[in-house]
Design a protein around this ligand. Structure first.
Ligand code: AVJ
Length: 309
């Protein structure tokens, strides 16, 4: 594990455009920092999605119509998934996430509250194709909230949707939440909160990397840098070197690797793509979904879609 991570980070940090994958945000501290981000006034996505889900609860349940299995992609604490139980009434609940321990505890709690729903927890890497042959005959609802799709490059997102549309086998669909393109100021503020929680969340990736591979990033050498790139319709998050810095990546066996950064150099840590409703619906259609219904908030800040096959 340690070796492959070291290898992965050595490659991504020595590249022409150095990067650290956003998956490195989510250690224990990072997951909690993200939870705090979702409470911030400036970070509108979480609360706006919640508002849509509540305001259009009936309409969404009607669009879904019937659900044998709710497949929660990136379930986390299962809070959003379980909110759907009373409206969508799934017979089975499948919670998927990268971290299995966290997930199993959440699912165990839910099983006590909803003994009539059959539940399971499964560790997955969502960047790889998913397959559910055992669910073929059942009506499935894939659930992918929170604009997690925004972390995928547009081409990757297409692949992800094509995979899911196929896995529906004509019997089911995708319930998804996505952040919408809006004025630059609102976008920039959501990723540059004055309290500095997003900055801490970004910088924490360095602490996580140090812990995982034994590197020696120092927080005082780096600063949070996030902005909306309008031509690519995405928020970019970076860590910017505050001075010339050298970082050592230990390697067992061979020599340690030293990577040098100059003042102002960037490490790209995240893209968060934003879509227009038209773009997004077209994307779902191209992937093989046919009947697509959408709900949004009055300011059109966020979009929830049910894409049927
Ligand atoms: C979890 C990927 C949806 O892109 O808004 C929040 C992550 N990064 N603030 C997002 C995030 C900085 C979030 N997603």
């Amino acid at each position: 594990m340690k070796n492959t991570l070291t290898e992965e980070l050595l490659v991504s940090l020595s590249a022409d455009k150095p990067s650290i994958s956003p998956k490195f945000f989510y250690d224990d501290v990072g997951s909690h920092l993200f939870d705090v981000i979702t409470l911030l006034n400036e970070y509108y996505p979480t609360r706006t999605e919640k508002w849509i889900m509540v305001a259009y609860r009936r309409e969404i349940a009607d669009a879904v119509a019937h659900c044998d299995v709710l497949v929660d992609l990136g379930a986390g604490n299962c809070a959003k998934g379980s909110q759907l139980f009373t409206s969508i009434k799934p017979k089975q609940y499948r919670a998927l996430d990268i971290s299995k321990e966290y997930l199993e505890a959440a699912v165990a709690d839910l099983e006590k509250q909803f003994p009539q729903i059959e539940m399971s927890a499964q560790a997955v890497d969502l960047s790889l194709p998913l397959t559910f042959p055992e669910l073929q005959a059942l009506r499935k609802v894939f659930f992918y909230p929170g604009s997690s799709i925004g972390n995928f490059d547009p081409e990757k997102a297409d692949q992800f949707f094509i995979n899911l549309a196929q896995e529906c086998y004509g019997n089911g669909g995708l319930l998804i939440g996505v952040d919408l393109v809006k004025d630059t100021q609102t976008l920039n503020l959501a990723y540059n909160d004055p309290l500095g929680v997003t900055a801490a969340f970004n910088l924490n990736a360095l602490l996580n990397v140090n812990r995982l591979i034994g590197s020696n990033f120092k927080l005082q050498d780096w600063e949070h840098y996030a902005f909306y790139n309008a031509s690519q319709s995405r928020i970019e998050m970076h860590l910017r070197a505050r001075s010339d810095v050298q970082v050592t990546l230990p390697s067992n066996g061979s020599q340690d690797h030293i990577i040098s950064f100059s003042k102002g150099d960037l490490i790209h840590t995240e893209n968060s793509y934003k879509y227009t409703q038209e773009n997004f619906v077209e994307k779902l259609r191209r992937a093989g979904f046919t009947d697509i219904q959408c709900w949004t908030d009055p300011k059109k800040h966020f979009l929830v879609c049910f894409a049927n096959t």
